[in-house]
Structures are given as C-alpha cells and as structure tokens.
Design a protein around this ligand. Structure first.
Ligand code: URA
Length: 283
C-alpha cells in the first residue's frame, strides 16, 4: 500500500529526479518495498508524475534524435563547442569536490588533436593554476609527449574529475559519475583518433572495467563515449580507440615502469602511423 509523502520528502524526491535528468538519466525504476520492511517510502506512479512533471505512466523516454545540422556545426567549430561544455559546467557545485577547490580544471590543448590524454583529477598545482598536468607529474607527461616527437600543444589533456580531491585522494565513484559526463562530452567534441588513459582511475572509468593495470595495458580498445541524452555532441556513429598506460605520478614513484610506458606510447604511435624515434628516450 502506497504512502503519501510529506512535503519535505516530495521535494527531496523531485530534486533527486531533476538531478538525474540534468545528468541525462531519464529511465528511473521504482523498487517496491516488500511487505514488512520499514525503511523507505513508496509512492504512486501518479504522485511521482505530479511532483516531477513526468509523463504518466512513467515510461522510458525515447532517445532524442541527433540533429544532423547541430552535429555538423559542432564538428565545424570544436573550440566553440568546448566553450559550450565549459559554460554548462558553470561554477559547478554538483559534488562535494567543489567545496575545497580553487579552480575548476577543465582541459587544455588542441581541440583538433589526434591524441587525448586523460588523467585522474587535478592535484595542488593544477588546482592553483586551473590547468591539468602542470606539476611534477605534468612535467613528466610533457616529456612523454615530447618523446613521441610531438608537443603538449598538439594533444588534448583532460581528467576524469575537474576539481581536486582533498589530499589528492582517488576520486570517489559518485564524483566520477557526476563529472565524467563532461569528459565524455569533451571527447566527443575533440574526437581524438586515440585516447591514452593515464592510470587505473581513468582506465576504469572510461572502460567501465575493474582489472589490474597489468591486464588493462597492452591492448588497443574500441571506445564509444557514453553521453547524456541532452548532449548536443551525441553521435551514435562516433567511436575511437583507447590504450591504457601508467600514470606519470606513479612513474615518479616507480621509474622502472617507464620502459613499459614507452612500449604503450609506441603502440599509440604505430596505430597513428607516426614514425618512431631511433632510441628509447629517458621519459
Ligand atoms: N594528476 C592527474 O591525474 N591529473 C592532473 O591534472 C594532475 C595530476
């Protein structure tokens, strides 16, 4: 038997559903609380419709069609499309990481880059400067990029989360889930030919896989960004490639893995048809 929610609970449910809608999640399912269970409160479908303005009955929203004209415009002006994503992000307070940040670290580089590097989240230097990979790990990333015969300005660099986690802890699942869609949108605007996931957090978030770095490395994956329904960059046709390598911060702690990292980067270069330098660089 359904109960009627009090005003405060109705508002909380409505806020939660709007929050998921903002993230592009439309399909919500009610879970009936079994007879005799005391936690939670069930509400009638009609009531849910009233408090959220959802159609009744609650059904999965049809996939909005991709507007070919809008998509063509996005592809034609990638810098402008990245600015739109940045504006959508706004002065973000969607998760608790916003409480301690100095700057949102959006992303940097060539919007037309063939290669996109994705890290975990900003550290102290990045938080202070508002740019990804500008500290010690960033210096090493620059060296890795230069070893490939290209410059930092030639690639695009982003992170799974755009605000610094306190004490540089690993971003939590809810933080990645809230911030990640903006990264997915950046990927679908830049449309890199290949993504290099730096470290386990980026690899696991992008691939949706839980595995060791040893197992995740050494492959070229097909990658299809998962986008919110509302993202204008949604293109059902777009997919790219992805490789996993060690995070530069990890390499600073264990430089012996630089050789392995160089093998990963060579795999990327070979895939893109880039000529390989004659000797292994000291990345
Ligand atoms: N580590 C990351 O994962 N990202 C940065 O931007 C800097 C350090």
């Amino acid at each position: 038997m359904a109960k009627v929610l009090d005003e405060q609970s109705r508002k909380a449910v409505a806020d939660t559903i709007r929050y998921y809608r903002d993230l592009g999640i439309y399909d919500l399912y009610r879970c009936e609380v079994p007879e005799g269970m005391t936690f939670g409160t069930t509400i009638e479908r009609e009531e849910l419709a009233v408090i959220t303005d959802l159609p009744t009955p609650l059904v999965a929203a049809p996939e909005p069609a991709v507007d070919p004209a809008q998509l063509a415009a996005i592809l034609a002006d990638k810098p402008a499309s990245l600015r739109v994503i940045r504006e959508d992000l706004g002065d973000c307070t969607r998760c608790k990481l916003s409480q301690q940040r100095t700057n949102i670290v959006f992303g940097v580089g060539d919007p037309h880059a063939r290669i996109m590097f994705v890290g975990e989240g900003p550290g102290a230097d990045e938080d202070a400067q508002g740019e990804p990979f500008v500290g010690r790990a960033g210096q090493l990333l620059n060296n890795m990029i230069n070893a490939m015969g290209i410059r930092r300005e030639d690639v695009y660099i982003g992170n799974v989360v755009k605000c610094r986690p306190p004490q540089n802890r690993t971003p939590e699942r809810d933080e990645c889930d809230v911030c990640g869609p903006f990264l997915m949108r950046q990927i679908s605007v830049v449309r890199p030919e290949i993504i290099v996931a730096l470290g386990a957090t980026a690899a696991k978030f992008l691939l949706g896989a839980v595995d060791s770095m040893a197992n995740l490395r050494g492959h070229i994956y097909d990658f299809h960004p998962i986008l919110p329904h509302t993202a204008p960059e949604r293109d059902p046709e777009f997919s790219t490639k992805l490789v996993v390598t060690y995070h530069p911060a990890y390499l600073l702690r264990d430089p012996r893995q630089k050789k392995e990292t160089w093998l990963d980067l060579q795999m990327v270069m070979k895939y893109l048809g880039m000529s390989l330098p004659k000797r292994n660089p000291e990345a």
